[in-house]
Design a protein. Structure first.
Length: 279
């Protein structure tokens, strides 16, 4: 009886310690599953015949960041400020940059978040927003806002939505393969876990997209194996007009620009040319 009472008391006192220790590590666990950065730059746009400028700039908190700037082929052509997804680095988008330059005759400023590629620091939600704000400021000194389109893919869609919701001047917002919130994604991917305890970063498009006051273009693959297209449809319902939605037929999460074909690029061209119109 005495031994049982001792064990019960030990368990009672140790539970808060175990709980606090577990929660203190959730940030590390969350980052482990959320961010998959790669440091090595393997290819550049030049490998696909596209000249580019290697850019070094600084976030508001002093973190040094790295990006590539591909100039548009004409002084009146659009430029995309591109916030990429949660894995890899710039070099994993080099071929896509070349396709954008060729198909859309557009410029691109693609940057790596902190902790990705040659950018310093470690990724975290607020830091990614700081990185995007700094990237926009760098681009804005070179390109007028009426030629800037803010583009976010996957996790980058939430980064793009956030800075545009704050009122940065741009001609349009383009979201490809977006999710509603990080918590919603976590519950879908890990329904057996208490995700609300484990996820502290928000990436909440449902909160900030309704604050956006510029034209919105959402694209999503109907065979997306990671983020169901229902996320994009619900976000589209929350967006203010003018807005457009394009279904990328037979496209998964990571092959949108390859699988989309002519309809994909035509939809892009139409939005870049007349973002304020609804086709």
């Amino acid at each position: 009886m005495f031994r049982r009472a001792v064990w019960e008391r030990m368990l009672l006192y140790s539970f808060p310690v175990v709980l606090v220790t577990t929660l203190s590590y959730t940030g590390h666990l969350e980052n482990y599953y959320l961010y998959h950065p790669v440091r090595e730059i393997t290819v550049t746009p030049a490998d696909y015949g596209v000249p580019f400028e290697d850019v070094s700039f600084q976030a508001g908190d002093g973190v040094r960041l790295h990006g590539w700037y591909v100039r548009p082929p004409g002084p009146d052509r659009p430029v995309l400020l591109w916030a990429h997804g949660n894995a890899g680095n710039l070099s994993h988008r080099a071929h896509n940059i070349a396709a954008i330059h060729q198909e859309l005759r557009a410029g691109v400023f693609l940057f790596d978040y902190r902790g990705f590629g040659r950018s310093e620091g470690k990724p975290w939600e607020s830091g990614l927003y700081d990185d995007a704000r700094a990237a926009y400021a760098w681009l804005r000194r070179r390109v007028p806002p009426e030629r800037i389109f803010v583009f976010g893919r996957s996790l980058g869609a939430a980064v793009a939505v956030r800075i545009v919701s704050e009122g940065v001047a741009a001609r349009g917002l383009i979201l490809e393969s977006p999710f509603e919130t990080l918590l919603a994604m976590g519950r879908e991917l890990f329904p057996f876990l208490p995700v609300s305890w484990l996820v502290s970063q928000k990436f909440d498009n449902t909160r900030y997209l309704p604050l956006v006051r510029i034209p919105v273009f959402i694209l999503h693959g109907d065979a997306d194996e990671l983020v169901p297209i229902a996320h994009a449809r619900r976000l589209f319902a929350l967006a203010n007009p003018p807005k457009r939605f394009h279904v990328i037929r037979r496209s998964g999460h990571n092959d949108t620009w390859r699988a989309g074909g002519k309809r994909y690029w035509d939809a892009w061209r139409s939005f870049l040319e007349t973002p304020g119109q609804v086709p």
